[in-house]
Design a protein around this ligand. Structure first.
Ligand SMILES: CC(C)(COP(=O)(O)OP(=O)(O)OC[C@H]1O[C@@H](n2cnc3c(N)ncnc32)[C@H](O)[C@@H]1OP(=O)(O)O)[C@@H](O)C(=O)NCCC(=O)NCCS
Length: 194
């Protein structure tokens, strides 16, 4: 609920944790949402889910009348800080069925995920995405806070972070994506003309 007592989410939408039986509906969401990259993103989701069982993290779905219309994952990666490796979270992927976009579903998934992350032990959530979208949730450019992106192919503007209560000032350094992001080549954008 917001400070005014009004729900932040569309009233018809149910937000819940992803369940084992959701996998194919979730694949469908990302195939549609990400177009040409949809198959790779759907494969990434399946691999991240495997890693989530041992490495922590969570996934949320948005449902409309029993149909999964949106999905987000928060999974474990590492920050290579001067003092030690730090477990951090990466928000990726986030997808909403094209016909359901611009109704507040993506925002609701991000806000619910951040609320869950606030309750956990992770100090930071990173992502790559459009700051025009993610700044509304409190994400800011990572470089300005002493973080280095995991690939030079990610633009400085796209590499964003949000600090959580467990954050401490010595936690600077390079974000090291978990292995599935590399296996599926879903880091940044490839330039075929480079
Ligand atoms: C990005 C995405 C998840 C947003 O979901 P959504 O349910 O449409 O988002 P919301 O309804 O909560 O928010 C819509 C607002 O975000 C804006 N928005 C959506 N995608 C945006 C983008 N890529 N960049 C900037 N703004 C964006 C819309 O213009 C709209 O702005 P408004 O509220 O000022 O009109 C959805 O568009 C999507 O699945 N896109 C394809 C996959 C993708 O790009 N995922 C993110 C990868 S980082």
């Amino acid at each position: 609920m917001s400070a005014t007592g009004q729900s932040l989410y569309p009233p018809w939408m149910e937000l819940r944790e992803e369940r084992p039986g959701d996998a194919s509906a979730v694949r469908h969401v990302h195939r549609r949402a990400f177009g040409d990259h949809g198959e790779a993103v759907a494969d990434l989701v399946d691999s991240l889910r495997d890693g989530m069982r041992s490495g922590g993290g969570f996934a949320l779905v948005a449902e409309d009348a029993g149909q999964i219309v949106g999905h987000v994952m928060f999974t474990r990666s590492l920050l290579d800080a001067p003092r030690r490796l730090v477990d951090v979270q990466v928000l990726s992927p986030l997808g909403v069925l094209p016909e359901c976009q611009r109704q507040g579903i993506g925002s609701a998934l991000v806000r619910a995920g951040l609320a869950t992350a606030h309750e956990g032990t992770s100090p930071l959530v990173f992502l790559e995405g459009d700051p025009g979208y993610y700044s509304r949730f409190g994400f800011t450019p990572g470089a300005e806070l002493g973080f280095r992106k995991p690939s030079l192919r990610i633009s400085d503007a796209a590499f964003q972070v949000i600090r959580l209560p467990a954050y401490e000032p010595w936690m600077t350094g390079t974000l090291v994506y978990s292995e599935p992001f590399w296996r599926h080549d879903t880091v940044g954008f490839r330039d075929p003309d480079a």
